[in-house]
Ligand binder design. Sequence first.
Ligand code: FAD
Length: 163
Amino acid sequence: MYGSVQLLLSGVGPAGHLREHGIPVAADLPVGGNLHDHLFVPMTWCMKSARHRGTAPHFLAGMVAEAVRSGGISRELNPGQGFPGRAPLARELPNRATSVYHAVGTCRMGADERAVVDPRLRVLGIEGLRVADASVMPSIPGGNTNAPAMMIGEHAAGLMLGG
Ligand SMILES: Cc1cc2nc3c(=O)[nH]c(=O)nc-3n(C[C@H](O)[C@H](O)[C@H](O)COP(=O)(O)OP(=O)(O)OC[C@H]3O[C@@H](n4cnc5c(N)ncnc54)[C@H](O)[C@@H]3O)c2cc1C
């Protein structure tokens, strides 16, 4: 996915942006324009039971919901009481959101003007060049990205072998 930079440096990207940086344009494509990532916001609660004390990452939401339901939480520590109501919290969230390093989508696969590669992973307008990594995902999957990236690599090998 971070390899999309190599395409930009080779002149495959948004023409105006490449010219701004003095890079000759080989293909005017929206490389980088479809960046998606999973974000999360750390939250911390004080639990009545010491066994459950600690910071709950996003994937422990079910456990936290159960603790709330059963009265196991004594106090919210973070974000805490400084953001009463949804609106102040919504304003604060961008300051607290952090990446979980699942960036995808900068060389979107598709058949429209937002596509960088076609459904056979060929870079549009460039002969003999394919992209086979997380950057071709049109949008971010609901789960982790490593296994889908490996699947894309395997699929690309099949395509190149004529599959
Ligand atoms: C810190 C971190 C933790 C993560 N944890 C998880 C996790 O727990 N579970 C999960 O599913 N996903 C996780 N991910 C995401 C997952 O690693 C990526 O989605 C996946 O590796 C993307 O695969 P890729 O092939 O697109 O890119 P990459 O895996 O980044 O592969 C790109 C490869 O290209 C090579 N390369 C780059 N430039 C050049 C060049 N100029 N010439 C030659 N080679 C080059 C790089 O060395 C690298 O080997 C994590 C990512 C990070 C950064």
